[in-house]
Design a protein around this ligand. Structure first.
Ligand code: CMC
Length: 396
């Protein structure tokens, strides 16, 4: 092992013999949850008891599921109407939040733009746990996040801010703000389903990062800021866009086999959009994203991306299945996003993932604290130098 910092041999040996660190916190349980159930062996995913395929087949609205995550049960019509009214209040972003996005260079990463907007909301937030009317506070955040995401992606393609308008479904208002017009029912439905498929996934790195921040009783904007930072990395939500870049790099379905041989079989690179800490079989979200991509990819460039992805899945599975590595949600979702017409710029696809995940993040922060969760403060085992005398710089 290449150790950056010196270890004390005796402490290091005793650490190796007597302690077990769970690298990556694998199999560590940080909370009970009633939100999301995953069976990684069978490839099952349920939100509050409802199977993901059932939710999608029943044409659920994203805002119904958002309500369920925030409030614990599906809404009645009246409850949904109130929830949507509060979401829509959030569309009207304060000027200083828009400025926090548009003052950045347009070449900036879109997730960093979202984070900048979240920081500007945290800066003026007077939220204090346990806040009264949290449900309304979180609903307003969902509206703010839709507006923030639309303004951020538009800024990255040098378009003026445009906010979602009230009176439409959450997915449609977002796409109208982002694209300047509604892209039609089929694409709105695809956006709605993407929002649902990415809505929660128990406690991955981003949710855990946010829970750590919320456990200090920081406000929800600050906790979302932590979650966004963790989501951005290529091993987590950033995988959506690295998967897309991988398809673009391969550029032709006939090049897939040679590419797999050079990059994956040799172990030089990881196949992005493959593999998962929990799933040891096909990610059920990937199956649904795949069928959406197959239905939507009708124009020439998306059809080509899809045929690259399909061939890559076949060759990648042959190479990696024996290790329990299968496609995850981020493999086909970029093709769905591309078919919907979401511009592919730095961070844009991960930003749409973040928009989708916000209800899950908020629900987990709230659940952790309402169950009496304490400040998260683990320990590290000291294996460094024994005590030594500090020498002034002139003596070193
Ligand atoms: N391509 C090639 N080999 C892989 C891959 C992959 N995508 N994923 C894991 N492996 C191998 C890895 O090299 C290791 O092999 P060995 O035991 O021979 O050294 C073994 O599988 C275990 O890997 P690990 O890194 O210990 O597994 P992990 O549970 O810590 O990592 C992961 C999970 C998702 C980070 C990893 O599978 C990965 O890097 N995947 C690619 C990035 C990706 O698609 N991320 C999205 C995750 S799911 C949705 C989301 O969160 O956004």
């Amino acid at each position: 092992m290449d150790k950056l910092y010196k270890t004390n041999e005796e402490s290091w040996n005793s650490f190796q013999k007597d302690f077990r660190v769970s690298w990556g916190l694998e199999d560590v349980y940080i909370k009970p949850t009633s939100l999301t159930y995953i069976d990684g062996e069978k490839g099952e995913l349920r939100y509050l008891g409802y199977g993901i395929q059932d939710i999608i087949s029943a044409n659920a609205l994203a805002e119904e599921m958002q309500y369920a995550f925030i409030n614990g049960e599906l809404p009645s019509r009246e409850e949904l109407r109130h929830f949507v009214d509060v979401i829509e209040e959030g569309y009207d972003l304060p000027e200083h939040v828009i400025a926090a996005i548009t003052s950045l260079p347009s070449s900036s990463d879109v997730v960093a733009m979202q984070a900048s907007a979240m920081a500007s909301l945290a800066a003026v937030s007077d939220f204090s746990w346990p806040q009264e009317n949290k449900g309304d506070f979180f609903a307003k955040m969902l509206g703010q996040m839709s507006a923030i995401t639309a303004v951020s992606i538009r800024h990255s393609v040098r378009q003026k801010p445009r906010l979602p308008s009230p009176g439409k479904a959450y997915a449609e208002s977002f796409l109208e703000a982002l694209l300047g017009k509604s892209p039609g029912d089929e694409k709105v439905r695809a956006m709605n389903n993407s929002l649902i498929l990415y809505m929660d996934h128990e406690v991955p790195a981003s949710t855990t990062a946010g829970i750590v921040t919320a456990s200090t009783l920081a406000d929800p904007y600050s906790a979302v800021l932590s979650a966004l930072a963790a989501l951005r990395g290529p091993l987590h939500g950033g995988a959506t866009e690295v998967a897309m870049s991988q398809f673009l790099e391969i550029s032709d379905p006939r090049s897939v086999d040679a590419w797999i041989q050079d990059n994956i079989i040799t172990g030089k690179r990881r196949l992005m959009g493959f593999g998962h800490r929990v799933y040891k079989t096909y990610d059920p979200r990937a199956l649904i994203f795949k069928s959406m991509a197959v239905k939507l990819a009708s124009d020439k460039s998306n059809a080509k991306l899809l045929s690259i992805a399909l061939r890559l899945e076949e060759a990648g599975s042959q190479a990696l299945q024996k290790k329990g590595i299968y496609p995850n949600a981020d493999f086909y979702s970029p093709i769905v996003f591309s078919c919907i017409g979401i511009p592919f710029v730095k961070g844009s696809y991960t930003a749409v993932f973040a928009l989708s995940r916000l209800p899950g993040w908020l629900a987990h922060f709230n659940e952790y604290l309402s169950l009496g969760g304490r400040i998260i403060r683990p320990r590290a085992i000291y294996v460094g130098h024994n005590e030594r005398r500090f020498k002034p710089i002139s003596e070193r």
